[in-house]
Write a protein that binds this ligand. Structure first.
Ligand code: G6P
Ligand code: MN
Length: 445
């Protein structure tokens, strides 16, 4: 089996490689290829991987390349996590709307639209390269904004592209932990789009309504991130547990105020990651220790803006084996071994959410086997969630069209129709702000 990682010099690649090390035999891995446009980043991460292999005392040879065709040719699985425009681009995505008092965040709000405008054309090229050189391969996409990117690529690869996010499974694990249960025993009724989903029920084998009991118990809600963030009162008002990214919708103004007085996420990461990648020449063991310390700092500050806005002092709970690589491995294992495991993934709706059409990419529980993910029928959902999903799906599709055609009119339309952008005038100003600072948008007419 050949597995390729596009964005092979990326910061989270060691998580994936560590998971592959543990499963190399079950998966029958013959070849692991890291592809990146930046050779120096590949080298730096390569040392970290060497450090991991030495620590575990097992070998899983990998090779690095900057030739995309060589990387994907004949691949069975391609993992892709890239950041087009790098962290410098993320800073701009966040900064421009914040200057106008609008949420600046990399996937939610105008920032996500701008990020998608420059990412979708690059990802479409990858999909076309795969269609030509790895027609039987699966593309496991982590690249954000993951829902929009996956929907755009389904036009080229159909169901062979699967979008992954670790937020839903992370929330399910946190809920299970608070309930003192093994998540594998529970059914999680989760639905939505990427970074725009809700948990509307949790059941065990007896059918007991576990979520209702949890939402009624403030002490239990205090014990996990989403419970603390949204607060019991609001959770009982909507009767569901929202994905952490919905904080930016429900508490948009609070977040904008909190970010304006603090350090935006992108700016923090730009500095932190620059320093990490600039330190080199180290032994594999030292590179690994440095990566671990940097990762720890990145994770503990994750979503700090939302916590600040909610008036909380704590840090993000760090999981040793984060959901990021576990989700990817679970998908590969389910496909390779036809396990029919239930995983929450981004795939075409079929009829999972009856108010959307078949091709709309949604994030719902799927049964995953040799033929990929089959979404489960979620049926009716509360009206406010259905209408926000429908609005955002239209914004996403308008963004995809804008990205593929380079249309300024469509880009402004997507920005203006986004619920977090207060007026058409603001949408125009945001677009002009982006175009002035991002070379990728210069050609939009
Ligand atoms: C979560 C989200 C991802 C996001 C990641 C890193 O896992 O689901 O979509 O990329 O966090 O966020 P950060 O702010 O550290 O880049
Ligand atoms: Mn995500």
């Amino acid at each position: 089996m050949k597995l390729t990682i596009v964005g092979g010099g990326g910061f989270r690649v060691p998580l994936v490689y560590g998971a592959l090390l543990a499963r190399r035999e079950q998966l029958g891995l013959d070849e692991v290829v890291l592809y990146d446009i930046d050779e120096e980043r590949l080298t730096r991460i390569g040392y970290v991987l060497d450090g991991l292999a030495a620590e575990k005392g097992v070998a899983l040879p990998f090779r690095a390349t900057t030739d995309l065709v060589d990387a994907v040719k004949g691949a069975d699985f391609v993992f892709c996590a890239i950041r087009v425009g790098q962290l410098e681009g993320r800073v701009i995505d966040e900064d421009v709307p914040l200057g106008m008092g609008v949420l600046g965040q990399e996937t939610t709000g105008p920032g996500g639209i701008c990020f998608a405008l420059r990412t979708i054309p690059v990802m479409t090229k990858l999909a076309e390269t795969m269609a030509e050189h790895a027609p039987d391969g699966w593309l496991i996409n982590f690249t954000n904004p993951a829902g929009m990117v996956t929907e755009a690529l389904q036009r080229v690869l159909g169901d062979k592209v699967v979008g992954i996010c670790d937020s839903p499974s992370g929330m399910c694990r946190r809920v299970a932990a608070v309930l003192g249960r093994d998540p594998k025993e529970l059914w999680f009724d989760y639905f939505g789009l990427n970074h725009l989903g809700w948990l509307q029920g949790v059941r065990d084998g007896t059918g007991a309504p576990l979520l209702e009991e949890l939402l009624a118990d403030d002490a239990q809600l205090e014990r996990f991130e989403e419970g603390r963030l949204f607060g019991g009162e609001w959770l009982r008002t909507i009767g569901m547990l929202p994905n952490e990214y919905l904080y930016y919708f429900y508490y948009a103004a609070d977040t904008v105020n909190a970010i304006r007085t603090g350090n935006p996420r992108g700016a923090f990461l730009l500095q932190q990651q620059r320093e990490f990648y600039a330190r080199n020449g180290a032994s594999p063991a030292a590179a690994l220790a440095d990566w671990r310390a940097t990762r720890h700092d990145r994770e503990r500050t994750y979503m700090a803006e939302a916590r600040n806005a909610a008036g909380q002092e704590g840090e993000h709970d760090i999981e040793e084996n984060s959901g990021y690589e576990s989700e990817a491995m679970a998908v590969v294992e389910a496909i390779v071994n036809n396990t029919r495991e239930v995983l929450i993934l981004n795939t075409a709706n079929r009829s999972a959410l009856p108010f959307l059409d078949e091709r709309a990419v949604v994030e719902v529980p799927c049964v995953v086997g040799r033929h990929g993910p089959i979404p489960m029928a979620m049926g009716e959902v509360p009206a406010h969630a259905a209408s926000l999903i429908s609005t955002m799906k239209d914004v996403e599709r308008t963004t995809i069209e804008a990205a593929l055609t380079g249309s300024e009119q469509l880009a402004i339309r997507a920005l203006a129709l986004h619920p977090l952008v207060p007026s058409v005038t603001t949408a125009r100003e945001i677009f002009d702000g982006y175009r002035r600072r991002l070379p990728a948008l210069e050609a939009f007419v």
